[in-house]
Design a protein around this ligand. Structure first.
Ligand SMILES: NC(=O)c1ccc[n+]([C@@H]2O[C@H](COP(=O)([O-])OP(=O)(O)OC[C@H]3O[C@@H](n4cnc5c(N)ncnc54)[C@H](OP(=O)(O)O)[C@@H]3O)[C@@H](O)[C@H]2O)c1
Length: 266
């Protein structure tokens, strides 16, 4: 018995594929997003294709009341064994002139909802000493562009939130995976204001390949899955440099370059 996997943002893109791949692996599904018609269609399709049950939970995860409702359900439903925090949104562009509604949509969905839903399942997962949490971040969680300050900021949060959670849950039996895709062919690009057709097709993965890589990373026990990075040594080097930097910061003295009086500039 696999239990139920919750997939947020299951009405399109990566979420739709996660739902399929999890159903294929025998999970019942709880499909969350705003577009009820798409979710209902997917649930019907997956129930016809696999011996599973798929339930639809229509919610706007950017709205506090809907998020409360979903979090309560996730906290109470004993069948839930897996949470895929996939729902996300993006508006790309310079900060000057950005719309408050776009800013809050990104922060509410990418950050607040992911946090709240994770916390919602955590107590029960801890009690069971098992459960799987997949947080969909982005390579832009490690990098920022002139047009991605808020989106990268939200995905940087997903990176650090997930890494911290992995530290907190080490040895508990709960599996937490950070997935960091690069450009993938989904609607998010058109939604973001940068049409997919603007990208070099050689740099864009299909949603199917991306989710299959993510699921393979999970099966391999990876804590961080960089779906499109061939040379994984690059990530090891990045981790080594990150830890060295942290270690180098653990001192009571300001770095000597900030001793302005000695340099005669004070
Ligand atoms: N595609 C890429 O290049 C790429 C790269 C790196 C990371 N990612 C990440 O991958 C994840 C999936 O994105 P995608 O590429 O599959 O985009 P997508 O095709 O636009 O799908 C986004 C999903 O999130 C849901 N969603 C958005 N706002 C929501 C809200 N307020 N409440 C509930 N659900 C909401 C959408 O459903 P409704 O509209 O029906 O609500 C949809 O199902 C995101 O976290 C994204 O940041 C994508």
């Amino acid at each position: 018995m696999r239990g139920t996997a919750v997939v947020t943002g299951a009405s399109a893109g990566l979420g739709r594929i996660y739902a399929d791949r999890l159903a294929r692996r025998g999970y019942d599904l709880l499909l969350v997003a705003r577009r009820a018609d798409r979710l209902a269609e997917l649930a019907t399709e997956l129930e016809a294709q696999y011996p599973i049950r798929a339930e639809v939970l229509v919610a706007d995860l950017g709205e506090a009341r809907d998020l409360d409702r979903v979090a309560t359900r996730l906290g109470e439903d004993e069948a839930i064994t897996c949470l895929v925090n996939n729902a996300g949104t993006s508006t790309l562009g310079p900060l000057s002139g950005s719309k408050a509604s776009d800013e809050s949509a990104m922060i509410n969905v990418n950050v607040t909802a992911l946090t709240r839903l994770t916390v919602a399942v955590l107590e029960r997962f801890r009690r069971l000493s098992s459960g799987t949490i997949v947080n969909v971040g982005s390579v832009l969680g490690f990098h920022s562009l002139p047009i991605s300050a808020i989106y990268s900021g939200t995905k940087g949060y997903v990176t650090n939130f997930t890494r911290g959670l992995q530290e907190e849950l080490a040895g508990t039996g709960i599996v937490v995976q950070l997935v960091a895709p690069a450009a993938t062919a989904t609607d998010i690009w058109d939604i973001s204001g940068v049409p997919l057709s603007n990208l070099d097709p050689d740099t864009v993965m299909t949603a199917g390949d991306c989710v299959d890589a993510s699921m393979a990373g999970l099966a391999l026990g990876e804590s961080v899955t960089l779906t499109s990075v061939e040379d994984i040594q690059l990530f090891s080097d990045y981790e080594t440099a990150r830890l060295k930097l942290l270690s180098a910061s653990q001192t009571s003295r300001p770095a000597s370059r900030y001793n302005l009086s000695k340099q005669g500039t004070a």
